[in-house]
Design a protein around this ligand. Structure first.
Ligand SMILES: O=C(O)CCC(=O)C(=O)O
Ligand SMILES: [Mn+2]
Length: 205
């Protein structure tokens, strides 16, 4: 089942059932053993993000004082990012409508008080591919607006197992996470939320 929230924004409530969420969580735990969550910093100011991050796949999104970018290695360990689990590739194939594999999966970990300000995903070269996002753990208030930062916004609650895809006319919409709803899921024993965003970074040949 899917709902079109706006042109190019498709929401798939309960896309992953509980066993699939548990499998994905196990795969993420393995990834974080090889590529630990780290605290990114804002370009220029160096202010730490409240969200911790890691990546899997050939490329990973990182942020530090020098800027935002994709790179093939973990910023702290220097090791290549772990492989993307097959179930993420399967989700991309099912949801993206795009004929090439993703080359990056950003993994965001939100502790109960973490948030993510309104932003656009625009560090990729290939905007013909959508962004496919999966949520695990506590429900989050996802805010989305338009191409202009000042456009009106709406919000949707992303629950554990939900998927949301934004592409086509919505590929560059502003979006962010206002807050988590504490205690809304028992998937993560300590609470909090994981979000995975699959992206095609480089141009397809
Ligand atoms: O956590 C989310 O649902 C959104 C994450 C996001 O927008 C990003 O990582 O660029
Ligand atoms: Mn984003």
């Amino acid at each position: 089942m899917s709902l079109t929230l706006a042109p190019g924004v498709t929401y798939y409530p309960a896309y992953l059932d509980r066993p699939a969420q548990e499998d994905l969580l196990a795969a993420i735990r393995e990834i974080t053993r090889a590529a630990p969550l780290y605290t990114p910093r804002m370009p220029k100011t160096g202010k730490p993000f409240s969200v911790r991050m890691t990546n899997c796949g050939p490329l990973g999104w990182v942020s530090d004082e020098t800027g935002y970018r994709y790179q093939p290695t973990h910023p702290e360990t220097g090791a290549p990012w772990p492989e993307m689990p097959a179930m993420l590739r399967a989700a991309w194939d099912e949801l993206s409508g795009y004929p090439h594999p993703p080359d990056a999966c950003l993994i965001n970990f939100y502790e109960p008080g973490a948030r993510m300000g309104l932003h656009q995903d625009k560090d990729e070269e290939e905007f013909a591919a959508p962004v496919v996002s999966l949520s695990l753990g506590d429900t989050a208030l996802f805010r989305y607006g338009g191409l202009d930062r000042k456009d009106p916004t709406r919000s949707v609650r992303l629950r554990s197992g939900d998927a949301i895809v934004f592409g086509g006319p919505a590929r560059l919409i502003h979006h962010g996470i206002d807050r988590l709803i504490a205690g809304s899921s028992d998937l993560l024993p300590q609470g909090g939320r994981l979000n995975l965003t699959l992206r095609k970074v480089g141009r397809a040949l």
